[in-house]
Structures are given as structure tokens and as C-alpha cells.
Design a protein around this ligand. Structure first.
Ligand code: GLY
Length: 379
């Protein structure tokens, strides 16, 4: 039975993350921002809060969050950063930490990460080290953050050596995924986040992939299907995080499509005008399935179905669709090798025996990857 069948669309959507001693809930629905004051007061009565947000989200929604907090007696300071990946820097991290100290955020207070993945990663990392760790709440405003980065406690910033290389596992105390906030996303940004939704079906829930094929346009339109897709995704992620918080095993399955994706992001200079993370993941998912097919692991019809679904949604599924090109096959494989540890010419991949049958494959020969990518580039 699919996890999708267990979640009637009308039910209040609260997904627990069952970590020993650090359990927290993910609240999903179109009224999350309106309930934020009550939910946050519920976990930290009498606390003060610092809202870390970006200029875009601040302009659209911050006043409503502040009013909701004030209603429950929570005094909040707002710390605003520029939007975009460039904010996950040492300089911005130091600035946010200093602003939190200036706001006199104490060990018993809260940091509220109010934005997409960049804000969540940066604010979560600042919370993890401020006064040796303060609690934080994730209030994600992008689909990608609601279904992936706000859940599971990965926080961090980038270094010149690569993305997310400086960071900490620091679980939030509460996640509020207000799906109405997604109405203000551009179609491109929404669809990019949807690639991470599809990923959960491809990892281990074939019935959820069927559901996505039938309902994707309703997920984009909003309404109960959107909430349902976020809830199924969060439940799938929560289950993996609960059994492998620190990615010593199964959590690596969440990297399906990401070895290719990270290489493409690197080769396009992390330029969001060319490729955003979710678009790179979409191409990576299609490549992971075609590569699995080539290795004789996965039926061709499954690889075709994955690419077709991404095409229907309007997501890219081929290297040729990267604006400005990707560089040569050698460059792509070299960029992958930087992302994943290479042991004696072999890489670790997430491969699939079919839709919903993904597995961790250590020891994939770099030469096999090179031959595959060479053929992919030929079209
Ligand atoms: N985004 C992958 C993970 O949280 O492990």
C-alpha cells in the first residue's frame, strides 16, 4: 500500500518526525501562517523570537507572521538577508549571528527561519551554534523547502570548496508548511520544487508516483492535492530521517538524482538564470533511471515513464535542455567526482531497479558513467 493511501486529503495534516528525545511535528495546510503564533507559543511559552527571512518573503508575508506572534505575546526581531544562494556565505552567517546576539536571543528563545532553502539552511546553522545551540522553527515558503530542506536538520553554508560543506545537523523544534504561501511562487520555482516531490515516489513508493502522474496539475493549482503531496513527501522524509538521522545509511537514498544534479549546478556556475536546483534534480532523476536501464538494472519502460512525467510537468529531463550547455562528458564526470567521494575510480550512486525501487550502489565505475554521459550528450 502506498503512503499516499494512508493520508486522506481532508484530515488535519500533522506529520511527526519521530527522533528519540527530539520529536517534532510538521504542520501542513493553507492556514499555517495564521496558526504560527499559537503553534510557536505552544512549544516555547514566554520565549522571544528572531525571524530570519529574505527581502522577498519579508515584503510579502513578514508583517502577518509578526502580528500572529504578537497576538500570543511573542516579541520578535526581524533579520533580513538578500535572497539567493550567495547568502549562504561566511560573511552573511557572521552577520546573522551578530544580529541574533544584538537581539539578545538567549538559550531559551527561538530562531524562526522564514523563507526558502537558503534562509532555512543559514538560519538553522546560526541557531545550531548561537550560544552553543538555540531552538529553531522552520517556516518554509518554497515547495522545495517544504518537502525537503526544512525537514531533517541539515543546516549549513557554502565554501569556495563546494555547497553545504560547512554545517551541522540541528533539528528544528517545529515545522510549519503553509501551502498557501506557495501561491506567490513563480511557475518555474514551483515546478522545480515538484521534482523533489516526484523523487519520493521514485525512491520507494510507486503508488505515489502513479498518483503524481494523475494529479500533478492539481498540485500546481493548489487545494487538497497540494497539501496531500507535501504531506506524503514530508512523511516519506520523516521516516528516513527517523531511521538514519546522520546519513550513515538509508538517508543517502534522498540523494537520488543528486549526483548528476550537483555536477550540473557546478558546471552552470550555480547561476539560477540557467538552472535552479530542482531543475538539475529533474534531469538527475531521468539520468539516474536511464543509467540504471543501461546497466541492465531497470526496465526501459520505467526510465521512459520518469522522463515522460517530467516532460509533461514542464521540467527538463535531458542534458541538452541545460541553457548554455553543460560542457563535455569528461567535465560532467569530473564535476561528479568532486561532489561524491571517489574510491579507486568508482563512485557511489543511487540507482533503481524500477519506479519505487531505488538503492544505494557503491562502486559504480567512473568509466561506465563516462560512456553513459557521452551517449546522453549525443542525444
Ligand atoms: N536533502 C537531503 C537530505 O536531507 O538528506
Amino acid at each position: 500500500m502506498s503512503i499516499a493511501d494512508l493520508l486522506p486529503a481532508e484530515a488535519p495534516l500533522v506529520v511527526p518526525v519521530a527522533l528519540e528525545g527530539r520529536r517534532y511535528d510538521i504542520h501542513i495546510g493553507r492556514d499555517g501562517l495564521g496558526r504560527a503564533g499559537a503553534l510557536i507559543a505552544g512549544i516555547a511559552p514566554g520565549a522571544r523570537a528572531a525571524i530570519v527571512t529574505d527581502e522577498t518573503v519579508a515584503g510579502l508575508h513578514a508583517a502577518r507572521l509578526e502580528a500572529g506572534l504578537a497576538q500570543y505575546g511573542i516579541a520578535a526581531t526581524r533579520i533580513t538577508i538578500p535572497p539567493g544562494e550567495a547568502s549562504k556565505s561566511y560573511a552573511r552567517f557572521a552577520e546573522v549571528c551578530d544580529a541574533l546576539l544584538a537581539a539578545k536571543i538567549e538559550r531559551s528563545d527561538l530562531v524562526i527561519a522564514f523563507g526558502g532553502g537558503v534562509v532555512g539552511d543559514l538560519a538553522g546553522f546560526a541557531a545550531s551554534v548561537l550560544r552553543r545551540g538555540v531552538r529553531f522553527v522552520q517556516l518554509p515558503t518554497s515547495l522545495l523547502a517544504q518537502v525537503d530542506s526544512s525537514v531533517g536538520g541539515k543546516t549549513g553554508i557554502n565554501s569556495s570548496h563546494g555547497k553545504n560543506l560547512i554545517g551541522a545537523f540541528h533539528q528544528p523544534s517545529l515545522v510549519i508548511a503553509d501551502t498557501a504561501l506557495l501561491d506567490t511562487l513563480s511557475e518555474r520555482e514551483f515546478k522545480a520544487g515538484y521534482a523533489e516531490v516526484v523523487k519520493y515516489g521514485l525512491i520507494d513508493d510507486p503508488a505515489f508516483f502513479d498518483w503524481c502522474e494523475a494529479n500533478w496539475h492539481r498540485v500546481i493549482a493548489g487545494g487538497p492535492e497540494r497539501d496531500h503531496a507535501v504531506a506524503v513527501s514530508c512523511r516519506a522524509k520523516a521516516a528516513i530521517v527517523a531511521r538514519d538521522e546522520r546519513e550513515e545509511g538509508d538517508r543517502a537514498l534522498l540523494n537520488l538524482g543528486h549526483t548528476f544534479a550537483h555536477a550540473l549546478e557546478r558546471l552552470t556556475g550555480y547561476d539560477s538564470a540557467r538552472l535552479v536546483h530542482g531543475e538539475a534534480v529533474a534531469i538527475g532523476l531521468a539520468l539516474a533511471f536511464r543509467f540504471s536501464q543501461r546497466l541492465g538494472l531497470c526496465p526501459g519502460q520505467d526510465a521512459l515513464r520518469v522522463a515522460r512525467h517530467l516532460d509533461h510537468v514542464g521540467l527538463p529531463s535531458r542534458l541538452q535542455q541545460v541553457p548554455g550547455g553543460t560542457g563535455s562528458a569528461q567535465e560532467i564526470v569530473a564535476a561528479m567526482a568532486q561532489d561524491k567521494k571517489v574510491k579507486r575510480g568508482a563512485l557511489t550512486f543511487i540507482l533503481a531497479r524500477g519506479i519505487g525501487q531505488s538503492f544505494i550502489a557503491p562502486g559504480v565505475a567512473a568509466d561506465d558513467v563516462l560512456a553513459f554521459v557521452t551517449d546522453e550528450l549525443k542525444g
